[in-house]
Design a protein. Structure first.
Length: 150
């Protein structure tokens, strides 16, 4: 057993579980890295790291949305001027979606697999296809089989 503390609010992590149970419990210690999300009319220049559903689609056989999802850090969002880009309402289909993250761990043009899973919205997680792709990625990562080159 491992105990972790977040300012004395202890969480107990039971390492004697099955692989699937352990991965589900470990995800309870992680957080969604998305700070802000932009639905843009145009794809901004110099934003190329895939995230969210687009990264998950790159890692699995899941089909991507009709638009790409990109990620960048807070500093890059300011540098690229995302606040001044033309935004469109959520009910319309954007040219791209840009997620501003607390951290960016880029791996072969995509965000890392765990961050990709964590950045997917609850609405998208309810889709059975997305749910299956998430399970596939988590199984590979937590079983130690994640060694592929993309």
């Amino acid at each position: 057993m491992v105990y972790t503390s977040n300012y004395f609010n202890f969480k107990k992590l039971n390492l004697e579980k099955t692989q699937k149970g352990l991965s589900a419990e470990m995800l309870g210690f992680f957080f969604n890295p998305v700070i802000k999300e932009y639905h843009l009319a145009d794809v901004p220049k110099n934003v190329s790291c895939l995230g969210g559903i687009s990264a998950l689609a790159n890692y699995t056989m899941l089909g991507d949305n009709s638009y790409r999802t990109y990620v960048c850090g807070k500093e890059d969002a300011k540098k690229h001027g995302l606040d001044s880009c033309l935004k469109i309402p959520k009910y319309e289909v954007p040219a791209c979606n840009v997620q501003v993250l607390k951290y960016v761990i880029e791996w072969n043009g995509c965000i890392d697999p765990i961050s990709a899973v964590l950045s997917i919205s609850e609405k998208d997680r309810r889709d059975p296809r997305v749910e299956g792709a998430i399970e596939e990625v988590l199984e590979e990562v937590f079983d130690g089989r994640w060694n592929r080159e993309i």
